[in-house]
Design a protein around this ligand. Structure first.
Ligand SMILES: O=C(O)c1ccccc1N[C@@H]1O[C@H](COP(=O)(O)O)[C@@H](O)[C@H]1O
Length: 213
């Protein structure tokens, strides 16, 4: 089984960023979504980005954001990837990819086989889809520590690169990779001691466990 790439999302302070780099994560995620406990400002992201430069990829997470909001974050934090975690259509995703000339990842909420099949609509519009758990109405669209039935995406053979998100922890990521064959695993709340508070030991443990799958 190929070793998956790792993304640690919701990084808001340097110690967590350093732990992700030390754990050889490929990506650090910065959340630009004010309702999230992990939200950071473009200025905060700029400082983290300078520390990350050349050591880890910088992913900006947005939820149905407008061009100005995304543009401000891209300029301040020199983002390498845009992650769209709202209800962005394939057309909107393609428009953002063209406008900012950056790879775009689209998170898709999964609760059924039909949700997984729906990923095909994004072929040609985005660079990767992220299968994440569908969260309850009125809750944040991600970062809730909820997982879905991994068998739904086991060895998914769509036309797009894909990653697995949703409720991944140091304790379950190895099994998740074995079941799904995911080439990228993404975690946020699973490596925290409280919402928005990253735990460096759990980041280290997650990276080790993901690679041992
Ligand atoms: O992390 C957040 O606060 C967040 C807010 C809004 C949308 C997505 C968010 N996080 C992303 O959700 C998935 C799953 O997170 P978790 O591991 O279950 O906590 C992941 O891609 C996060 O980056």
């Amino acid at each position: 089984m190929p070793i998956p790439e790792i993304k640690i999302c919701g990084i808001s302070e340097p110690l967590a960023l350093d732990a992700a780099i030390k754990g050889r994560a490929a990506y650090a995620g910065f959340v630009f979504f004010p309702p999230s406990p992990r939200n950071i400002t473009p200025a905060q992201a700029a400082a983290l980005s300078a520390r990350a430069q050349g050591r880890i990829g910088r992913v900006g997470l947005f939820v149905d954001a407008d061009d100005a909001t995304i543009g401000e974050a891209v300029s301040a934090a020199h983002l390498d990837v845009l992650q769209l975690h709202g209800k962005e259509s394939p057309e909107r995703a393609a428009q953002l990819r063209a406008r900012f000339a950056l790879p775009v990842w689209k998170a898709l909420p999964v609760a059924s086989a039909a949700d997984v099949a729906g990923a095909q609509a994004y072929a040609g519009a985005v660079d990767r889809v992220l299968f994440d758990a569908r969260t309850p109405k009125g809750a944040l669209p991600g970062g809730m520590g909820l997982s879905f039935d991994w068998k739904l995406v086991a060895d998914w053979k769509g036309a797009l690169a894909w990653g697995l998100a949703g409720g991944l922890t140091p304790e379950n990521v190895s099994q998740a990779v074995q079941i799904t064959g995911a080439a990228l695993v993404d975690t946020s709340s699973g490596v925290e001691s409280a919402p928005g508070v990253k735990d460096v030991d759990r980041i280290a443990a997650f990276c080790l466990a993901a690679r041992s799958a």
